[in-house]
Ligand binder design. Structure first.
Ligand code: AKG
Length: 339
């Protein structure tokens, strides 16, 4: 009786498909029908059942989809490049603008898990047999190019000539250069700080920037990408001497600085070239993680502590990496990419 009346009612609201489906689906509904004749309660229950059904359909669809892309990525499917390109397109053109409510670029970042499974699988030859990160003193251009530059093997270089030519660095030096418009940033990473802009960060109170007892920890990073400013920064920081002048083609320089206990979280980059980074002040621990597809072929984790004057060479496009300032001093680094 109730169902008959209900269907008639609902049909006038042009929702008959919903009702028929929902009636089949929900045992709970039968209880509602028996216990009440209030049409609003019944409709609410029907709608809830319908939502639950479509949610569980969506969840099932999503888990099959995620399983499919994870298996393709891990197994290194031949078509993976096309699949990942198409998925990126769909994300960028349809899903991200839809979620962010517009076409603002980067309003919604790809969630980490998707970043991970959407990248093309990496050939593990760079980590097979690698037990620890080499530490080499005074590396020559030839040895660097033969053994490290394009092999994906990370290396830490000590006693490089460039260190002797670099200035001594402090928070204040960057603050002064930026305030005087002698350096201008391009991209800025606030990490876990509350500073929305580099200017705000460089204007933090003096006690905090000087690590006075009770200071609130911080860590920031930014890039310099205009030639005028890059050349100015190069007056202070010498490029590692084992990089040949031709390999210094990607000019952008990156600065990272912050206090003990803080750093960059685990991530992988899509910057195109491998990186160098000089530890100009303080110490920083790097933790490297091999990509998922190499877990069964390589060691999973590597750690290395960079002391002042060390230079790390790392292809951040194939190694997951995170950093943490260690010791008592501020950590200041400058780095870039090479080709
Ligand atoms: O030096 C750091 O703390 C972070 C560096 C980094 O994440 C990168 O170069 O991708």
């Amino acid at each position: 009786m109730i169902l008959g009346r209900l269907r008639a009612y609902v049909e006038t609201e042009s929702c008959s498909v919903l009702i028929v489906d929902a009636m089949k689906a929900s045992k709970q509904l039968n209880k509602v029908y028996l216990e009440t004749v209030d049409i609003d309660v019944i409709l609410d229950a029907l709608l809830e059942a319908k939502n639950r059904r479509s949610q569980s359909f969506f969840k099932r669809f999503l888990s099959y989809f995620v399983l499919f892309i994870a298996i393709s990525a891990i197994s290194g499917s031949n078509h993976w490049n096309q699949i990942s390109d198409s998925l990126h397109q769909v994300w960028q053109n349809n899903i991200a603008p839809f979620i962010s409510g517009g076409y603002k670029q980067c309003a919604v970042a790809l969630p980490d898990f998707f970043e991970d499974v959407l990248r093309p699988p990496i050939n593990c030859s760079f980590c097979i047999g690698l037990e620890s990160i080499d530490v080499v003193s005074n590396l020559s251009i030839e040895t660097f190019e033969k053994e490290y530059a394009y092999t994906g093997r990370p290396v830490v270089v000590t006693n490089d000539q460039s260190i002797r030519q670099s200035a001594s660095f402090s928070f204040q030096l960057f603050k002064n250069l930026s305030k005087a418009h002698r350096l201008k940033s391009c991209q800025y990473f606030p990490y876990k700080t509350e500073f929305d802009t580099l200017e705000e960060a460089l204007n933090m109170d003096e006690g905090r920037s000087n690590l006075r007892p009770g200071y609130v920890p911080w860590y920031i990073g930014w890039s310099i990408c205009e030639l005028k400013y890059i050349n100015r920064l190069k007056n202070y920081v010498a490029i590692p001497s084992f990089l040949s002048p031709e390999s210094d083609i990607k000019q952008t320089l990156w600065i990272f600085m912050g206090t003990p206990g803080h750093g960059a979280p685990m991530h992988i980059d899509k910057v195109g070239y491998p990186s160098w980074q000089t530890q100009l002040r303080g110490s920083k621990k790097w933790t490297l993680r091999t990509p998922l597809e190499c877990f069964f072929k390589c060691k999973k984790h590597y750690e290395i502590e960079m002391e002042s004057g060390f230079i790390i060479i790392l292809d951040t496009n194939i190694w997951y990496h995170k950093t943490e300032t260690v010791g008592d001093d501020i950590s200041i680094t400058v780095g870039g990419e090479y080709n």
